[in-house]
Design a protein around this ligand. Structure first.
Ligand code: IPE
Ligand code: IPE
Ligand code: MG
Length: 249
């Protein structure tokens, strides 16, 4: 019997890690600062996470930066977050390019201001041929949006006669879902002491492992990332199958 996942090594590096970067506001409050300072400190943690991923040859890193629901925050906070995102793209894209990182944005970017959309497109184009770490930033992203978007695209394909409803299966749906061209998400990390998904990847995390930590995102560093990987290494991933030792036919 061939197993879907090689569980033999004690030091498996997950191919794809996704992170819900939560706790910037609480970090700021704890340090008597404005929320924007928490978000700015959070960008330093992003750099640490990216460096760790490069060093450890993780293939894909997906970071949740702004959810479909985050628009409900005050206008001031939303515009601060947009500004920080634009600054990050401006300041970091050259450095990412030097490190052979391929940048990708998942989410509905059509709601962003044209200037930010252009900056996003420029960053994606600059790194498009890179072959190192695939860095996905989820911006105006929602797991429900992702699935809804897929349904819309499938419906268009049916309308134009290229697909028959009876031929829809999991593979054909998957083709329209973000990240389908990358390894499946092995590990989801959430910082900030909340134990929920908050509309992050839904379809993609069917068999992911989860690691929750109380660490607030701006305090995230290599040690926290390592702890998450060590915890991941202790999991038995069965994908609905039995573990080899349990087979006593
Ligand atoms: C995560 O930190 C950043 C975004 C959601 C954009 P928060 O801003 O949610 O921080 P808390 O949860 O209020 O501490
Ligand atoms: C999730 O954090 C979204 C991001 C990290 C971008 P939130 O702070 O928005 O999640 P909730 O509101 O606590 O569920
Ligand atoms: Mg939060």
């Amino acid at each position: 019997m061939k197993f879907m996942y090689d569980n033999s090594s004690q030091h498996r590096i997950p191919k794809h890690v996704a992170i819900i970067m939560d706790g910037n506001g609480r970090w700021a409050k704890k340090h008597g600062k404005l929320r924007i300072k928490g978000h700015l400190a959070g960008t330093e943690a992003v750099q640490k996470a990216v460096q760790f991923a490069i060093k450890n040859e993780i293939q894909s890193l997906t970071l949740y930066a702004f959810s479909s629901e985050n628009w409900s925050r005050t206008d001031n906070e939303v515009s601060n977050l947009m500004e920080i995102f634009a600054l990050f793209l401006n300041d970091e894209v050259e450095n990412l390019n030097i490190h052979n990182v391929k940048l990708n944005i998942i989410g509905d970017i059509s709601r962003f201001k044209p200037k930010l959309q252009n900056r996003i497109k420029h960053a994606i184009n600059l790194t498009i041929h890179n072959t190192g770490l695939q860095l996905n930033i989820a911006a105006n992203y929602g797991g429900r949006w992702d699935i809804t978007n897929a349904i819309q695209l499938i419906a268009e394909k049916i309308k134009s006669g290229l697909l028959l409803p009876e031929h829809i299966n999991e593979d054909s749906v998957n083709e329209f879902i973000s990240l389908h061209d990358q390894p499946t998400v092995d590990l989801v990390i959430r910082t900030g002491k909340e134990y929920r998904i908050s509309n992050f990847l839904l379809w993609q995390i069917a068999y992911s492992e989860f690691y929750f930590t109380d660490v607030l995102w701006p305090d995230f560093d290599e040690a926290v990332f390592k702890s998450a990987i060590l915890s991941f290494n202790q999991r038995d991933r069965r994908f609905g199958n039995t573990i080899p030792d349990d087979i006593h036919e």
